[in-house]
Every structure is written in C-alpha cells, then in structure tokens.
Design a protein around this ligand. Sequence first.
Ligand SMILES: C[S@@+](CC[C@H](N)C(=O)[O-])C[C@H]1O[C@@H](n2cnc3c(N)ncnc32)[C@H](O)[C@@H]1O
Length: 202
Amino acid sequence: MAGVRAEDWDERYRAQRQWSSGPNALVAELLGGLLPGDAVDLAAGEGRHALWLAARGWRVTAVDFSDVGLARGRAQPDAGGVTWVTADVSAWDAAASSLDLVLVAYLHLDLPATLAVLDRAVSWLRPGGRLLVLGHDVDNVAHGVGGPQDPAILHSVERLAPVAARLDVDRFEQVRRGTPAGTALDTLLWGRRPAGSAGRPA
Ligand SMILES: C[S@@+](CC[C@H](N)C(=O)[O-])C[C@H]1O[C@@H](n2cnc3c(N)ncnc32)[C@H](O)[C@@H]1O
C-alpha cells in the first residue's frame, strides 16, 4: 500500500502543509461538548485535532510515525499542551483503562492491522471513555472524492463491526463530507467503552 512507511509520510508533509487548519467539522461537532480529560490522538499527523483538544483543556498525547508531520504541530504557538510521540501506532501502547478519549482520524492500514490497533485503543479507555474513528469509507472510491484509492485499507461499517461490538455505540454509519471537489464518503464509529467491561479480551 502506498504511503504506509513513515518516510513516505515524511516526504508528503515536507512537500506541503497537509491538514493543519483546524479540526474536521464532524470531529469538532462530536467532541466540542465533552468535558476535558486524558486523550490520545492516534495518527495525529500535523496535530490539528490534538492542538484543538489541548486548547479546550484536554491532556493530549499525539502519536504518529511521521516526525515531519508532528514537527509541524509542535511548531505551533500553543503546542506545549500536547505530548508529541513519534511511534508506529501498531507498536505504541497506552496503559489500560487510562484514557477518556481515543481519536483515530483518517488512519488507513490493512484490515487486520486496523482491527488490532482499534482493539487496543478500546482497552486504553476508562469505562465510559470514548472512541472516535473517522476515515474514508470503501464506497468513497466509486462514489466519493479524494482519499486513498486502495479499497483494502478503507473503512466500512461491516469492517469495523468487531470494534463496535466492544462499545456502547452512539453512531456507526457512513457519513458524507463536503469538500471543494465534491462529496466524500467517510465511515464514522463513535461509542463508549461500557461501564464494567473487561480489559483486553483473552
Ligand atoms: C491522512 S493523515 C491523518 C492525520 C490526522 N489524523 C488528521 O486527521 O489530520 C494519516 C496519518 O497517519 C499516519 N500513519 C499512517 N500509518 C501509521 C502508523 N503505522 N503509525 C503511525 N502513524 C501512521 C501518517 O503519518 C499520517 O500522519
């Protein structure tokens, strides 16, 4: 899959600023009303969401394997409120039951890797803690605009169902996103770790 290596993403970020200008509108809508706590922004890129959350009082860790992407976020005037971690999300870990929010926006790995990361992300949540996954839907290739074109790495409700099964789900659906080039199709998974749920499944 193109773009899977940190070097490729470094190159892309070096070539031009990518997603620095404010949060995704749906992310802002869903997270804007929450009380701040401990959050991880997984595959944070240039840190647009991590910075936005930190400005709202969250203690945020931004994890990405692109040093160049993170450096752009770190260079922002208010970057001190974020802990910036260069790491591969497939290997990085947080303490179990230590977070109120895990945000995973537009991280596209193959399906086994995606499910493994998200499975671990659920285990990082405190009971009642929230997982927000937003990414390009597989239908976007034929019926949307932009985004990766390799269907194998894209999301769908069917593909993310094993993750949703571990949550109290608030929203789990294909969503439309307006862009200057037209309408893009994303998958949204928005849910809470059930109170009293066990950590990692055996
Ligand atoms: C499309 S960008 C999204 C960035 C950010 N979440 C946002 O919405 O602005 C995808 C990000 O995933 C990161 N990424 C991809 N695979 C990764 C991996 N295995 N470990 C860490 N980061 C990864 C890339 O470096 C890139 O910054």
